[in-house]
Design a binder for this molecule. Sequence first.
Ligand SMILES: Nc1nc2c(ncn2[C@@H]2O[C@H](COP(=O)(O)OP(=O)(O)OP(=O)(O)O)[C@@H](O)[C@H]2O)c(=O)[nH]1
Ligand SMILES: [Zn+2]
Length: 190
Amino acid sequence: MFMMIDEEAIKAAVESILKAIGDDPAREGLAGTPRRVAQMYSEIFGGMPQNPVDELQVGYELGHREMVILRDIPFYSMCEHHLLPFSGVAHIGYVPGEDGRVVGISKLARVVDIIARRPQIQERMATEIADAIMEGLKPDGVGVVISAEHMCMTMRGIKKPGARVVTSALRGIFAKRAATRAEFMALIQD
Ligand SMILES: Nc1nc2c(ncn2[C@@H]2O[C@H](COP(=O)(O)OP(=O)(O)OP(=O)(O)O)[C@@H](O)[C@H]2O)c(=O)[nH]1
Ligand SMILES: [Zn+2]
């Protein structure tokens, strides 16, 4: 799975798609399109060769045992069913483990970006973020809530713009303790 992205193969595939829809990939406006799409796919699928757990190695043992939340983290991902974007916000909360170890807060957003930049479904995105944080930070627990709008449900198919998909993943004391879960859910509300 962790191979580099093959931009030449993407270029050839995009050229085939343009031909298949009856357009001329050689016409002026489309001449650079396969290359642009290949470069764009390298960027938006750039999470493929990365391991989110690697982002969580630099931490500080502050002895902090209270909940830490980074909320409203914007992200863009691609739905693996239609290869159309879905985008929204992720909220992450965790309670540091026995060692009181915390990470630089930007690292949580890095985890979101790596996991978003893959062909995804929203449920798996939430569980992968939660599992990466459990593995990399070994907290007492983690909660992840993602709220997003899917282009495959707005510009085509069922066509329901504004409908938001909300998914969550709870681990450790977020799953076990109702009070911890309630604190997290209250703090991520608008
Ligand atoms: N559970 C889940 N479903 C998703 C996600 N993104 C897209 N989908 C759904 O994936 C499903 C694919 O269904 P199919 O019946 O195979 O495809 P389709 O005929 O294009 O489906 P419609 O979108 O209903 O037209 C659709 O219901 C999408 O709404 C996601 O992140 N999670
Ligand atoms: Zn879709």
